[in-house]
Design a protein around this ligand. Structure first.
Ligand SMILES: [Zn+2]
Length: 103
């Protein structure tokens, strides 16, 4: 993955850790942050999930959900596919950085 010189929000690396169900991100400043796969699924911002959240207030996430695929999407985002078959969510790097720094 190449990094634009002026974009500090692009991770140097993204690791999917299936055992712990975490996504780890390496940043240019040496920091490593992580976010759980279930949190990523819960915060999916695709049209379908946004609509579902509006109706039900929350997204129900199956236990033990995992990210099964990370696909580059444009220069500043990835598309994540989950083990429940959902693969419409686009996650801008800035959004991943935000989620992974939440307690
Ligand atoms: Zn979604």
């Amino acid at each position: 993955m190449t990094m634009a010189a002026d974009d500090s929000r692009m991770p140097l690396a993204i690791r999917v850790i299936k055992e712990s169900g975490r996504l780890e991100l390496d940043w240019a400043d040496g920091q490593i942050t992580g976010v759980t796969h279930s949190a990523l699924r819960k915060h999916c911002r695709c049209g379908e999930c946004v609509a579902r959240r509006r109706v039900h207030g929350d997204i129900s996430v199956v236990a033990g959900i995992r990210v099964v695929e990370v696909t580059p999407y444009g220069a500043n985002a990835v598309r994540l596919t989950f083990s429940d078959g959902h693969g419409r969510g686009i996650y801008p790097f800035a959004w991943l950085q935000y989620l992974s720094t939440q307690p």
